[in-house]
Design a protein around this ligand. Sequence first.
Ligand SMILES: Cc1cc2nc3c(=O)[nH]c(=O)nc-3n(C[C@H](O)[C@H](O)[C@H](O)COP(=O)(O)O)c2cc1C
Ligand code: SF4
Length: 377
Amino acid sequence: MPDLFDRTWIKSLELANRTVRSATWSGVGDERGYVTDLAVSFYSELGRGGIGLIVTGYQFVMTNGQQLVYMVGNYEDAQVEGLRRLAAAVHEQGGKIVPQIVHCGTRANPTFFREGDELWGPSAIPDPATGSTPHEVSREEITRLVEAYAAAARRSQEAGFDGVQLHGAHAYGINQFISGAWNQRGDAYGGSVKKRYRVLGEVLEAVRGAVGEDFPVLIKLSALDFLDGGLIPEEAAQIARWLEEDGIDAIEVSAGSATSRGDTSPSRKRIAKEEDEAYLVDLAAIVKRALKTPVITVGGIRSPKKINSLLADGKADYAALSRPFIREPHLVNRWKTGDTARATCISCNGCFETGLQGLGISCKVERELRAKNEDKD
Ligand SMILES: Cc1cc2nc3c(=O)[nH]c(=O)nc-3n(C[C@H](O)[C@H](O)[C@H](O)COP(=O)(O)O)c2cc1C
Ligand code: SF4
């Protein structure tokens, strides 16, 4: 029977347990996306927590691919030095770390664009998140995009990371190409699922070419957009099969986006009891049924009990958490010592505030508790 504390491998990468820190923008880059001292101490703290695999916050691979302020970048070679410090900070604590690399597509924020940058999308359709209509990328621009992912993966390897994760979820660039909600192209990159997969297939091939056969390449993939005309699980399972054939090493299954229907954002609120936990695990199970490749589930996972039950049911091979590690970076070590109470995170999404101020993300509930206690003293 698989267990949360099993030692496992993703290709050559040995992991101490089946927990993953899901990619989490942490607001620790500088104005140009370079790694700061704050980033190094932030990841060092996470590295001490006993997590099996840490995925960094999304790193933009081109200057027109950045969404949030203080996002770390991976778009030019001068950034390797800082990225190396980030990887080393986790390795020094005995942890494993891979960067998540992204082009945010139509969800990029033009405020951060450099001279000559344009908003890119698969088709010239207004994005409901911003109302902006992107420039429909040409074949030549697709080649530049593919090369940017490959260069970011190469930099990640040079910086000493343990692998790399492509961001193929949450309505960003790759998700937009594979989804009929954004991709309405009439050429070889749009139409059938196979054609919509083409950009992702080219990205994976170029990334693999850049890092070699032994370097783990993972993806976080949306399996459902919760949008009219958007990606559905059957399409995602087919895409996952092609990814497997093309050499992906693990697939983290997510869903939804900032503009998906109802309460279907990737970071749902109100995970109050065990039944609310692991709200995307059935999507992971659909993808897992189609594959031999390890599958990671993410979304509202809060307790060792739930993790062991989804592992026992064969629905996924790994459990990824994001918000719980903001409140409790050492949560896995706590569980390991026998205190298996569920994560104290109440899933309120108050953790963005300090990140947007350039101070790094932090738990709002903890901050308020501390302020109350200080008032009492
Ligand atoms: C502050 C914050 C930043 C996030 N940044 C990313 C990111 O960079 N890349 C990504 O794929 N998902 C990102 N997410 C989504 C999480 O990785 C995760 O999919 C989602 O929060 C559900 O997991 P949880 O319930 O354990 O938080 C972010 C979520 C939060 C709260
Ligand atoms: S602010 Fe704290 S409790 Fe609320 S979601 Fe973020 S980490 Fe969890």
